[in-house]
Design a protein around this ligand. Structure first.
Ligand code: ZN
Ligand code: ZN
Length: 493
């Protein structure tokens, strides 16, 4: 054990001078050396106290070490200075560059509830079902790479309080007539939405944060930097205004659905429905200034062939989200073993005529073709990170959130993407299979051999497309290596 006094950034044990870290099972600061526990709010690094006082009296910032990956530019921060040996975003094993910096203080934090052991267990039981996953993903050494990272979120609190007047209509038909009843609803609304939270880091993908949601804000504690010791945190770089409308719309929609739960109002069509501005006015929706909060996530990355896969575990609930690619060898053996009994079963039950066989393979080929095209579209969307508004926001800074045009893929883009790869496109197999089955059926030769030959060619074609589908699936199950272009210097400025 070592601790260099003076310039050290660690939390010192009041008992023995050892190194204090946040201990998940006791939810206290625990000494590495003498094992005593201490209240997180009572321990401060002297530097914390001194420097925040200099800062115009407000307690808005705290000292951190920012680690930057030399390969992808991804940044994580920590209250310790000890070197970080790999990058969680691109999976590179390299010593990250570090610099001391000041970071805006979040208002609240949900401390880790699940230990690394809990997290590994949850992940292992998830992977048991993933029979086609590459063995490395289940490897003990790899699984030990889980790193505790606090992810920044923006938390919006919304109130709706006051007298409410709503106009509504209800239509029904009786005989040849349609009757429309008009209603005036009036009442007092007193609703409070607490901490609707949205991922505030552009390096943490929205799709992951949705998968491991929700976090229970009841466990959140007032922030103090000592909670971070022994963990990392992601930097908050998404503007707080980005998700404001989403939070307001969510509150509006929730209040409407509550109103409609009253049986008498169940089929009512409200005049303000669908118009967010009118709804906000009618319900007195008020959105408070959002707060910075930190939520706990266990994070691991797997890098292979220029792609990266993430496994994440919610550090509060233990919910797992993992990108799981398919190992082609395992997949082929698995499907072969599965197909054998089905083949013998069918063979015993029916005699399939050769022309029907060929039609079936033509049909299968067209399914494969459709799946292939859908997959390519999904890959393209994912690579452009079209569903990640936090990321898009930074790419198109200045553009309005929720821009629709950036969000669609044209057929031209799709075709040029397929052509770009330079290989024989995966759909060729299915296309050939469809063509062959169609031709043989059209010419309807006398000999059955033609049909069987056609079926074999179709089978090979479908197999070719299937392999392409798995390759694309793997691209979909993994991610493009990230590339962050941070401006450098003080991020909070
Ligand atoms: Zn101690
Ligand atoms: Zn990196």
């Amino acid at each position: 054990m070592f601790f260099a006094k003076g310039e050290n950034f660690l939390y010192e044990c009041p008992n023995c001078g050892g190194n204090l870290k946040f201990d998940i099972s006791s939810q206290m600061m625990k000494c590495d050396y003498c094992l005593t526990t201490h209240n997180p709010y009572d321990v401060t690094k002297e530097k914390d106290a001194e420097e925040t006082n200099l800062q115009s009296g407000d307690n808005n910032e705290f000292n951190v070490t920012i680690f930057t990956c030399p390969q992808c530019g991804g940044e994580i921060l920590s209250t310790d200075t000890s070197a970080a040996e790999f990058c969680s975003f691109c999976g590179a094993s390299t010593i990250l560059d570090s610099r001391i910096c000041k970071e805006r203080r979040p208002s609240h934090i949900i401390p880790f509830k699940k230990t690394k052991e809990d997290c590994k267990k949850a992940y292992i039981s998830r992977m048991k079902r993933a029979i086609f996953a590459p063995s490395e993903l289940k490897d003990e050494k790899y699984i030990d790479g889980f790193r505790g990272i606090y992810i920044p979120y923006w938390a919006y609190s919304i109130t709706q309080k006051g007298p409410v007047l709503l106009k509504g209509e209800k239509s029904y038909s009786k005989g040849n007539y349609i009757y429309t009843d008009k209603y005036d609803l009036s009442g007092d609304l007193d609703a409070y939405y607490y901490d609707l939270s949205y991922d505030a880091s552009s390096s943490f993908s929205d799709s992951i944060s949705e998968q491991i949601a929700p976090f229970n804000v009841r466990d959140s504690k007032k922030f103090t930097p000592s909670f971070l010791s022994g963990f990392y945190a992601d930097t908050a770089d998404v503007d707080s205004s980005l998700y404001r409308d989403d939070a307001i719309n969510l509150a509006n929609a929730t209040s409407y659905s509550k109103i409609k739960k009253t049986p008498a109002f169940s089929d009512l069509k409200l005049s303000t429905e669908g118009n967010n501005f009118a709804t906000t006015m009618a319900l007195h929706t008020f959105c408070d200034k959002p707060e910075r909060v930190l939520y706990p996530v266990w994070f691991m990355s797997y890098r292979k062939e220029g792609r990266v896969a993430y496994a994440t575990v919610n550090g509060q609930s233990g919910k797992v989200a993992a990108d799981i690619p398919v190992d082609i060898k395992k997949y082929l053996i698995g499907t072969f073993l599965l197909a054998l009994p089905i083949f013998f079963l069918l063979n015993g039950l029916f005699t399939i005529k050769p022309d029907i066989l060929l039609s079936c393979s033509g049909l299968l080929a067209s399914f494969a073709l459709i799946i292939y095209l859908m997959e390519i579209t999904a890959v393209l969307r994912r690579d452009k990170r079209m569903d990640d508004r936090g990321y898009l926001h930074r790419q198109f800074a200045g553009a309005k959130p929720g821009q629709k045009k950036e969000n669609q893929i044209t057929i031209k883009e799709l075709l040029s993407y397929i052509a770009e790869s330079g290989q024989i496109p995966g759909f060729t197999g299915s296309a050939v299979a469809m063509g062959v089955s169609l031709l043989v059926r059209l010419f309807a030769p006398v000999s059955d051999l033609w049909y069987y030959g056609g079926a074999i060619v179709s089978f090979l074609g479908i197999l070719f497309t299937n392999m392409a589908i798995i390759k694309k699936y793997n691209i979909l199950a993994t991610r493009k290596l990230p590339q962050f272009d941070r401006k450098g210097g003080n991020d909070h400025a």
